[in-house]
Ligand binder design. Structure first.
Ligand code: URA
Length: 258
């Protein structure tokens, strides 16, 4: 197919992706804020939403309706890999089997909470990019009540066997009965990082729940339940990784593609 002739009008793609009304989309194009594959788009431009990369102000518009993005509340006792040699249930068992999706990052078998499943390799790659990974918030129910000095240590970095952790946000949410609820916001994603950061300072984790991934949270999504991300949420996630997108594209332009 020749997208210039057979493609869909750009303003229709923008409108369909929930980005703007057709009228507003036309204004964005005329204002020069819309690019197709990196080049400024003209009004009347037609595109193939499955292959052309459409952006508004540098943020990608997901107009490809073959892409799916699910938000799952992973229960304890479920693997976040796509298959498990030991036959344990996995996150992909909890969402539709077609189209095939994979999880963006991992949660431990014994950790609960939000995880994204998608077939959008581009977004997943950027979300997992180590230098710009979006922040993630965890609620950790821990043994003992952390002192202000412990909270400060989490904020400044904890020495683990694989090195010092990056500064985290740490807040004491609740306490009582020799236990506490702590919110930890991390940019890194090392193996069992929250559990190790807590144990290292004398507060083993009893229960760990991820409650936010960048701009995405959903306190109403029960354990084992999933829903599709809205177009606004996909755009917000994409926006949270714009620095990464530029970095990756810059490397591609420099011939360093991986
Ligand atoms: N930190 C952990 O310890 N476990 C997870 O699953 C995620 C972050």
């Amino acid at each position: 197919m020749d997208p210039a002739v057979d493609g869909i009008r750009l303003q229709k793609v923008l409108a369909r992706a929930g980005f703007a009304s057709r009228r507003r989309a036309e204004e964005l194009i005329v204002a020069g804020r819309v690019t197709v594959n990196g080049a400024r788009a003209e009004l009347g431009r037609r595109v193939d939403p499955q292959t052309d990369r459409v952006e508004v102000d540098g943020v990608r518009v997901v107009g490809d309706d073959t892409l799916v993005h699910y938000l799952l509340n992973k229960p304890v006792g479920v693997m976040s890999t796509s298959s498990d040699p030991e036959g344990r249930p996995t996150v992909v068992d909890l969402v539709p089997s077609e189209p095939r999706v994979f999880s963006v990052g991992r949660l431990d078998f014994d950790t609960e909470g939000l995880i994204i499943l998608t077939n959008d390799g581009d977004l997943a790659h950027r979300l997992m990019h180590p230098s710009h990974g979006v922040d993630k918030e965890y609620l950790a129910h821990v043994d003992g009540v952390p002192t202000p000095a412990t909270l400060r240590a989490w904020r400044e970095g904890v020495e683990l066997d694989d090195g010092l952790t990056a500064p985290a946000k740490a807040t004491l949410v609740d306490q009582g009965d020799g236990a506490a609820l702590v919110s930890l916001v991390l940019h890194e994603g090392r193996k069992r990082q929250v559990r190790r950061m807590c144990s290292a300072l004398g507060h083993p984790v009893r229960r760990l729940v991820r409650v936010r991934i960048g701009p995405i949270r959903d306190p109403d999504l029960g354990p084992g339940a999933w829903r599709e991300l809205t177009a606004d949420e996909v755009r917000a996630l994409d926006g949270a990784t714009v620095g990464v997108a530029l970095h990756v594209r810059g490397r591609k332009a420099a011939g360093e593609d991986r």
